[in-house]
Design a protein around this ligand. Structure first.
Ligand code: HEM
Length: 210
């Protein structure tokens, strides 16, 4: 006799063994976390050499040891961040997952889910489904990383990327944009890691896939 399917299963496997995050997604997520950590901490060291604002980052929080070392880390990390990000986007778009997982998305759904989350009433029973707050936060992270890469290109090769530089409002504006995008991504990471700590099952799924 055929084994009955689990009522919520898409694969016919029992609950708990269903694939939540495919291998390519987990692989790119953790590589991205590594690349972003390298970029942010080496970026802080580069910033310290010529601060844009009235403060410096504590040297102990930075990567590279000195300006030259930090630049080496930043340029190495930039290839990993960009190649990995493009692969993630191509897989996400090509498989139709981006549309399935992150849309529809409305301001109303976001307001409802945010209110429920703040009251501690947002269900996290089905890990295959992102709520509207997660959808917006993750789409924001993707957009913000794209802004970081584009403004970074202007700072790196200002002459070669002249059109992009003009679009961003000039070299100095690109520096501010790059810094603000870094600060927003850092804020995302703090909240993201806190949320994961509150629902540790999500971490297991992002490591094992199931
Ligand atoms: C450092 C930079 C990081 C960025 C930019 C980032 C970004 C993201 C994004 C965009 C997603 C959604 C991916 C998708 O479904 O396509 C995601 C999911 C996730 N991330 Fe991160 N992440 C970072 C670091 C981390 C770290 C350090 C942890 C672990 C502590 C973590 C744990 C997770 C988990 C568990 C999920 C799945 C959430 C769920 O199923 O509810 N991430 N992350």
């Amino acid at each position: 006799m055929a084994t009955p399917l689990h009522p919520h299963s898409q694969t016919g496997l029992a609950a708990g063994t269903r694939t939540i995050h495919p291998v390519w997604l987990r692989f790119t997520h953790w590589l991205n976390a590594l690349a972003v950590s390298i970029m942010i901490t080496s970026g802080w060291r580069i910033y310290n050499a010529s601060p844009l604002y009235d403060f410096r980052f504590a040297a102990g929080m930075t990567l590279g040891g000195w300006l030259g070392g930090a630049l080496q880390w930043h340029f190495a990390g930039m290839w990993l961040l960009t190649a990995n990000g493009l692969f993630y986007l191509a897989m996400n778009l090509g498989s139709g997952r981006l549309i399935r997982r992150f849309f529809p998305l409305s301001l109303r759904a976001f307001a409802i889910d945010l209110t429920a989350a703040l009251r501690g009433r947002l269900s996290h029973a089905d890990l295959r489904h992102y709520n509207a707050v997660q959808r917006l936060a993750y789409l924001f992270a993707m957009f913000d990383i794209a802004v970081l890469v584009l403004s970074g290109l202007v700072l790196w090769k200002s002459v070669q990327f002249a059109t992009l530089r003009t679009l961003l409002g000039g070299y100095d504006a690109a520096r501010h944009i790059h810094f603000i995008a870094m600060a927003l991504l850092s804020a995302f990471i703090v909240v993201h890691v806190l949320m994961v700590a509150l629902v540790p099952r999500t971490l297991a799924a992002m490591i094992r896939g199931r």
